[in-house]
Each structure stands twice: as structure tokens, then as C-alpha cells.
Design a protein around this ligand. Sequence first.
Ligand code: ZN
Length: 224
Amino acid sequence: MDAAPNCAICNAPAYPECPCEAERLQIAVKQAEQRIMEERLAVIRDWVINHARQHILNAFERLTSTRKQAHSAYLASLPNYEVYMRYSGHPPIHPMYVATLQTQIAEAHAELKRGIDADWRASVLRYPEVLDYFYGLVELRLPSDQSQSVVEPPFAAAGYADRGYTDPSRLSVEKKKKKRRDREGSLPPERHIALHRVMRGPPPVPTPPLQHGAYPRPPGPFPY
Ligand SMILES: [Zn+2]
């Protein structure tokens, strides 16, 4: 006899394989990620954005403060600039000098503005690199496969009685089966195959009939 369990979702025979279990697993994984991971990702995202933004702003401040100092030094070096400022733009000098100076000041201000725009652009365009850097600082820690919380999750002790996707018309049958399992006090061997199927996909061909209890252990970390 072939003891591979029927599809847990639609109860179709194990072969040919129906896609229900794989599809439900994908959905369940998505939902678990939404429940458990999205909040964590939001915390990480905020942290990364804040640090990236602060870094970019600091870098921009450094660039522009250097540029503004150079700008001030240039203005101070212009002929008649000191007297021009002292008389608030109406110095007692020939208007020709004033006009020349005003042109130079206007050009310097325009140059400063272009420079600041360039600094800002250069800083902001580094966001992808800076975001990568700060995301890279986040440590992702997976527990050891031997750790107690992995080997023996708190809900493992109770085992898994059937309580999902049961067609109501089959309820009495399932209850009888469960009672029998409880009497036998162990997991039915079909569980091995089911676990193997959901987590790793079906075997490529139907397995030949096996003696009850003679299933090979599935590869991988399952402690059964
Ligand atoms: Zn199915």
C-alpha cells in the first residue's frame, strides 16, 4: 500500500501531486513575513534613512562651508570691496569702480549658487551608496541549528493534532483516527512523507510501496 497522505487542503490522492500545499505554503510564508518581519524592517528602514540623511547633510554642510569661506575670501580680495561695504553700497568713489565691483559681486554670487547646487547634487546622488552602507551595518543573526529554541520550540511538546482544513463531513472519521494515534502515542509515519513533500516538493516519481514504518529518514534538520 502507498501510505503517502492525501493532500492536506483538498484531500486529493498524493499522486499525481496537486499544487494546493505548495501554494498554501507560499501564502503562509508571505503572511508570516507580514506579521513578523514588516515591523522589524520598518524599524531598520527608519534607522538607515535617518543615518543616511544625516550623513548626506553633514557632507553637504562641509562642502558648502568650504565654498562659502572661499567666496567670502574672494569678495574681500576685490578692489574697493571694503569701502563699498562700509558705505552700504554707496561708497564715495567713482561710479565706474562701483559698477565694476557690483558686476564682480554679482558674478561671484552666481558662482556660489552654482557651486552650492553642485554640492547638493553631488551629495544627494550618493544616497544609493550611502543607503547600501548603512543597510550593510545591520546585523542579521540566525540562531544555531542546535539551539534549544530551534530544536524544541515551546509549542513542540503538545504535538500537532489535526485541526485545520478538515471537511466537516469527515470530522468523525478524523476523530477516530486521532484517537487511534493518541493510543499509539506517536506520530504516524505518514507525517514524514508529508513534511518532506511540503518543505521540499514531491519526489519525482511515485515511491514503490513500503512496509509500514520502514520509511527512510528525510534528509535535513528534522528531528524525527
Ligand atoms: Zn490539493
